[in-house]
Design a protein around this ligand. Sequence first.
Ligand code: UDP
Ligand code: MG
Length: 131
Amino acid sequence: MIKPDAVAAGNTGAISKMIEEAGFRIVAMKKTKLSAELAGQFYEIHKERPFYGELCKYMSSGPIVPMILEKENAVEDFRKLIGATDPKKAAPGTIRALFAKSIDANAIHGSDSDANAEIEGNFFFSQFERL
Ligand code: UDP
Ligand code: MG
């Protein structure tokens, strides 16, 4: 998911290009906006963490671009492509190193397991939106 800061900065195209050039197939993609309540639902696993409130506010602050991506070893390879959560610690050339503004407004989300990729894909897309 391309996050509000990166969509607002006009980086949707550049980031999508990096994703495709890294060998991912875009199975589904759209532009949408989360309510604070839906952002809270998406990040439910973080609800005990101190930044949860701010995270929900930020994630509902503007349009986002969720995608379903397909590749061998997709979860691990995508985490490598996006880089560390904190852009100051993200490896050079990663999406967060190039586009993230801060540890919270960090340009992009990537699922952390196959099981969560399934859950998160279903959160945003119906079967009719997958090509
Ligand atoms: N986040 C934050 N402050 C922190 C850690 C995380 O605002 O100290 C936000 C950030 O947007 C991050 C998201 O919460 O991407 C989810 O955190 P997680 O630890 O799952 O990082 P990620 O998997 O996105 O790298
Ligand atoms: Mg995470």
